[in-house]
Design a protein around this ligand. Structure first.
Ligand SMILES: *Cc1c(COP(=O)(O)O)cnc(C)c1O
Length: 427
């Protein structure tokens, strides 16, 4: 009888029958969230250790962000930008001041913001650098993740994301991440390069943090060769890695001090998404100074929902929470505790080879082949033990809890993780 089927299975079955199979979720059906916690439809409580791929840095259903959403939704939701609205101007002033740029171009999803940055860079190349029409090249990194549009998958080397979706968009050159000589070589040999699009820490690839001086050297090379440095901080930004942006480097202040001496780099184009809204509403943004942004004129780019009043209100509230609650500082502190605790475990472990990351963007590498299902099985077991995480690239498990976590909660999570891993150790 159908009454014997669990609620979980009923929901999964509906999704499976009527939803495209473009994801392979863990078999858990979430129904409610608050702060660092999630509850499934059976009422079981979990620690969230993914934070919707770092969109929920401020914690689930943050009351201040939800309140901003409710208030704005009752007043005005959408005008399109055929008209001005009373929310976008103040938001534009707020976010440009917050991150230290002249202008914002608002979009909705991360991939759209990346597309926007690509268009700006190409047009800038033609208009300001004198690159011949249709010759502009953008340098990207191997193993990048910038989204799933047709153009973006054209320069991905993720087989699943790319295969059978051609023809692909030309104009991209891929080099290894964290390889300054490769960047120098490509800049020297090709005069049509307009931008270098880079994740300061590669997220989806498995949390790869480059050498200390990499981003600084990148910045210098870009300046020398008149190439725009385009930082995709959709996953690494908004306090996730222990500073407001990953390009802020080891700077301990709570703002985007992009022009300070101890920052790694000051990108010409900054791409933000995910936690810019605290996971409450799809908001993304491209930030740049006038010399770059002003190449875009009316009719050349846009989005019906981009810069809508709800997005403006939600993102303002979400960014205020980051500062008011010192989330960068908390991520920095807890990140160190987390890696120390996991490293302690690794000393006697055969199943985990290493933990790496920065702030609260971390990953462990499982001692098995990328094709094995060990990491998946560990995540299933973590779920049973009350913690939700997901493998990335086979044998890597990303750990990225909401940044509103406290030390006691983090230690409770470490206990769940180590207890779970212990059951996978060979005898
Ligand atoms: C998630 C992500 C994107 C894509 O964002 P969507 O909102 O899923 O389109 C792009 N770049 C990076 C680094 C990301 O982590």
């Amino acid at each position: 009888m159908s009454t014997k089927i669990s609620l979980t299975d009923q929901f999964i079955d509906l999704e499976h029958q009527h939803g495209a199979h473009n994801y392979h979720p863990l078999p858990v059906v979430l129904d409610r969230g608050e702060g660092v916690y999630l509850w499934d439809v059976e009422g079981k409580k979990y620690f969230d250790f993914l934070s919707a791929y770092s969109a929920v840095n401020q914690g689930h259903c943050h009351p201040k962000i939800v309140e901003a959403l409710k208030e704005q939704a009752q007043q005005l939701c959408l005008t399109s930008r055929a008209f001005h609205n009373s929310a976008f101007g103040p938001f534009a002033a707020f976010i440009t001041e917050y991150f230290g740029f002249d202008k914002i171009l608002p979009m909705n999803s991360g991939a759209e913001a990346v597309e926007t940055a690509i268009k700006i860079a190409r047009k800038w190349g033609v208009q300001k650098k004198g690159i011949p029409q249709e010759q502009a090249q953008i340098v990207v990194c191997n193993n990048n993740f910038h989204g799933r549009t047709t153009t973006i998958i054209s320069f991905s080397d993720d087989h699943a994301a790319k295969k059978d979706f051609g023809p692909y968009t030309p104009g991209f050159i891929s080099i290894p991440h964290n390889d300054i000589n490769a960047l120098k070589a490509v800049f020297t040999s090709n005069k049509n390069i307009v931008g270098f699009l880079v994740e300061p820490i590669q997220g989806e690839a498995g949390i790869f943090t480059p050498d200390e001086n990499y981003l600084r050297d990148v910045q210098q090379l870009c300046n020398e060769h008149e190439v725009l440095l385009i930082a995709d901080e959709i996953q690494t930004g908004i306090a996730r890695t222990g500073s407001l942006l990953a390009v802020c480097g080891n700077c301990n202040c709570e703002s985007a001090c992009l022009r300070q001496p101890n920052t790694f780099a000051a990108p010409d184009i900054l791409i933000l998404g995910k936690a810019i809204s605290g996971g409450v509403y799809p908001v993304s943004a491209v930030l740049a100074d006038n010399a770059v942004m002003d190449v875009i004129q009316p009719g050349e780019h846009g989005s019906t929902f981009g810069g809508n009043p709800i997005a403006a209100a939600v993102a303002t509230a979400a960014l205020n929470v980051v500062k008011d609650e010192n989330l960068a500082q908390n991520a920095r502190k807890l990140g160190v505790l987390f890696r120390n605790a996991i490293n302690e475990y690794i000393k006697t472990s055969k199943i985990v080879t290493l933990v790496r990351g920065k702030g609260l963007l971390n990953a462990i590498v499982i001692n098995d082949s990328p094709e094995s299902d060990t990491a998946w099985n560990i995540c299933l077991s973590l779920k049973e033990n009350g913690l939700l995480a997901k493998p990335t690239h086979g044998n890597i498990i990303r750990f990225a809890p909401p940044l509103v976590m406290n030390e006691d909660e983090l230690m409770a999570c470490v206990n769940i993780i180590t207890k779970t891993l212990r059951a996978f150790e060979p005898n």
